[in-house]
Design a protein around this ligand. Structure first.
Ligand code: ADP
Ligand code: MG
Length: 720
């Protein structure tokens, strides 16, 4: 069966170098402004979007040209619009959308109807009469989009009714589900290849977020796409900040995840676990730590799962702990945090799951927690699904030797829990050498070893292992994580460092040699924290979080200003605890300590001298007054009020002070992430006028922040 031709295509693609982006070839562009004008109008009028997302123009143009199309775009990239917009431009014909999950269909149909689009879904939950009415609408050309699950095409009455409908486009969403090479293979997708002919031969647009070349090849072949336009859109999601937290053991993982979730505030998060058992255990552990969260996995009944999914969508529940069963049906745009408790099986899976963060384009964080032993769990799963060829041969020989007697699968195991025996038996059944009934199996022939397709077995196994390797390398990467992902997906043209992931944001060289030292310092800081916590009778994290202590241990602040720059250290907390922690970090700071950032007490500056910054530049008296008030802890707004000047003027003063090196950090106005975004948008040259930057960055960054960040970054760039 399909193992065979998949193996052939694997040979052609040389699995040892996976993944390459060699096949199928990309196509020349079809999009131009004129052909796209109507699409742009629909995008604006119906969906309220004023710009296409990357890839949308090319895919929409291909679909409008009635070409078969394969669109590969990241999760959250805007794939739905690629068939919805053309569907709305089709006069009377219907777009049939195949989607794997009822929840997914329902969300999209609801959203379309709210936007005034005639759309419907037909699935097992829709009563027959209603199905009839929907198909009637379609027959008279009044329905634009019809969502169906793939099983629907096996329903004779449904197919008969569709014959009266002019189907203009067949859209296959989550198309990777058709491929056994993918991580989401669904048997119900397998027969989609023959459907087009039965719908009157409309063009097909297949959409997926999976960039694995084998899967792509398979999608094209199985759907029988004809000379398809293949568009792979940019995979970069600049608003996602990737990080890996390395831990020693599972307990530490649960603690750090709890810590991270506490810092989440009122936002939404998903925590992915590798197994149902881990979902159960982590949910319990988090709940014991008083974190409100719910579990979600395929072992729960439908009603419970629906209830949890709804609560999450409606923001009454903000944290879900789940297996990968949670997600494909979730289009929630404002998930701010996706944590992975276990190592995923591949970067595709990881990027798809992590990609559920920040669909709205706003900043979001994706953290993988990794302990050295995590790889074992994944290897175990690979052994389960893809036993080594030698194991399959051994199992066959055992069955053949018992001369047609039935053996229980357990009797075929060499050890109590040898993985993969079920899969081995199944492979033998598929090859026609063995029959099985439940857990009992027996050989149908003797001497059939040569009929066992060991090559394809091995190919599947190696493929799975190669994917795991890539994932493992990511988890251990000390260099830019975004670069790793984009390299994996075959995307060039990005910087070697993104400035918005864990390794890029860590202080240079602080990672290797200094880890041990930071760790010691961290422990010392915890002792101080415990003292304060006991004194005040509160849990330690209320004083400072672990994250804050870690950052202190890494940054080793020497001064008040540097301590305030540590995230988690606010003014009030500094007043309470700052000096005690400073005493620890100062002692650990590398000698000799540079001069304090505020060199001279204000009173010592003769009032008639022009105020000079440390770099010798003269600053006016007015700037000096702002500087004094800033040092007293007043905010820009407060200084403006106190002095009767506009905030913009005070902002300008502060920017001058930053440029002059008198204010040593912008952390109180611009957080690290925002700074990283500005850095990315600005590129390597000095920052110029603010308006274009503002345009590129949108509402999330204020002019005031931009102004101060510009001063900071330009100083950073011009310093020797
Ligand atoms: P995908 O299926 O690729 O994961 P969706 O089609 O669900 O992504 O789109 C993700 C989000 O982006 C949705 O909220 C969608 O409305 C929005 N979106 C789609 N196209 C645009 C666009 N051109 N501009 C802004 N937002 C868009
Ligand atoms: Mg989608």
């Amino acid at each position: 069966m399909c193992l065979l031709d998949a193996a052939a295509s694997l040979k052609a693609l040389k699995c040892s170098k996976l993944p390459t982006m060699s096949a199928p070839p990309l196509s020349p562009p079809l999009a131009d402004a004129r052909t796209l004008a109507p699409a742009r109008r629909v995008l604006g009028e119906t969906f309220g979007y004023h710009e296409f997302r990357p890839g949308q123009p090319q895919v929409i143009a291909a679909v409008l040209a009635r070409r078969d199309t394969l669109a590969v775009m990241p999760t959250g990239g805007g794939k739905s619009a690629c068939f919805q917009v053309p569907a709305l431009l089709a006069d009377r014909s219907l777009t049939v959308v195949v989607s794997p999950l009822l929840a997914l269909m329902k969300d999209q149909v609801d959203a379309l109807r709210l936007a005034g689009v005639a759309a419907a879904a037909i699935n097992s939950t829709v009563p027959r009469e209603e199905q009839g009415a929907i198909l009637e609408e379609a027959a008279v050309g009044r329905l634009r989009l019809l969502y169906v699950a793939p099983e629907r095409f096996g329903d004779g009455a449904f197919m008969a009714a569709l014959r009266r409908v002019d189907v203009g486009l067949l859209a296959i969403d989550e198309a990777h589900c058709i491929s056994q090479w993918g991580h989401d293979f669904r048997p119900s997708y397998r027969d989609l290849g023959g459907v087009r002919a039965r719908l009157g031969n409309p063009p097909i647009v297949a959409l997926t977020a999976t960039a694995d070349p084998l899967v792509r090849e398979d999608v094209v072949a199985r759907l029988g796409l004809r000379d398809p336009v293949v568009h792979v859109a940019g995979f970069d999601r600049p608003n996602l900040r990737f990080d890996v937290t390395r831990v020693r053991n599972q307990k530490e993982k649960a603690d750090l995840i709890a810590e991270k979730l506490r810092s989440l505030g009122d936002e939404s998060a998903i925590v992915y676990c590798g197994t149902r058992k881990k979902v159960e255990a982590l949910t319990d552990a988090l709940q014991r730590q008083r974190i409100r969260c719910a579990r979600y996995h395929a072992g729960m009944d439908d009603a419970d799962r629906r209830r949890i999914q709804d609560a999450f969508a409606r923001d009454t529940l903000r944290v879900i702990v789940a297996t990968n069963a949670f997600g494909m049906g979730i289009d929630k745009p404002d998930v701010r945090l996706v944590l992975h408790h276990d190592l995923p099986d591949s970067l595709e899976s990881y990027y798809q799951e992590a990609g559920r963060a920040g669909r709205d384009g706003e900043l979001a964080e994706c953290v993988l927690y990794f302990a050295p032993r995590d790889r074992r769990l994944r290897e175990y799963f690979i052994d389960l699904a893809h036993p080594e060829p030698a194991v399959v041969v051994r199992v066959y020989q055992q069955l053949a030797a018992s001369q047609g007697h039935r053996l229980h699968v357990r009797e075929l195991m060499e050890s109590d829990d040898e993985p993969g025996i079920n899969a081995a038996v199944q492979t033998l059944v598929d090859s026609g050498l063995v029959a099985r009934q439940g857990q009992m199996a027996w050989a149908l022939a003797r001497g059939g070893e040569t009929d066992i397709d060991t090559a394809s077995l091995d190919a599947h196994r190696q493929h799975a292992l190669a994917k795991l390797d890539a994932m493992h390398h990511y988890a251990e990467s000390l260099t830019c994580l975004r670069r790793r992902i984009l390299d994996y997906f075959g995307e060039d043209g990005h910087d070697a460092a993104c400035a918005n992931c864990g390794p890029c944001l860590a202080p240079p060289a602080a990672r290797h040699e200094e880890d041990a030292f930071s760790d010691e310092l961290f422990q010392a800081l915890r002792v101080v924290r415990r003292r304060f916590a006991e004194e005040a009778n509160v849990p330690p994290f209320v004083v400072f979080s672990d994250a804050t202590l870690h950052e202190m241990a890494r940054a080793r602040p020497r001064t008040r200003a540097e301590m305030l720059a540590v995230s988690g250290v606010g003014q009030t907390k500094f007043e309470r605890y700052g000096e005690a922690f400073l005493a620890v970090t100062r002692a650990a700071a590398p000698a000799p300590a540079p001069p304090a950032p505020y060199p001279t007490p204000v009173a010592a500056v003769p009032p008639d001298l022009p105020f000079r910054a440390r770099d010798g530049r003269a600053l006016g008296q007015s700037v000096r007054r702002t500087w004094e008030l800033h040092r007293e802890g007043l905010s820009i707004a407060e200084i403006a009020t106190r002095r009767g000047l506009s905030p913009a003027t005070i902002t300008q003063h502060v920017a001058d002070l930053i440029s002059a090196g008198e204010i040593p950090s912008v952390a109180q106005w611009v957080d690290e992430m925002t700074l990283a975004r500005i850095r990315r948008v600005a590129g390597p040259s000095p920052l110029g006028p603010l308006a274009p930057l503002k345009e590129a960055l949108g509402e999330t960054v204020s002019y005031e922040q931009l102004h101060l960040a510009r001063a900071w970054l330009n100083r950073e760039r011009t310093r020797p």
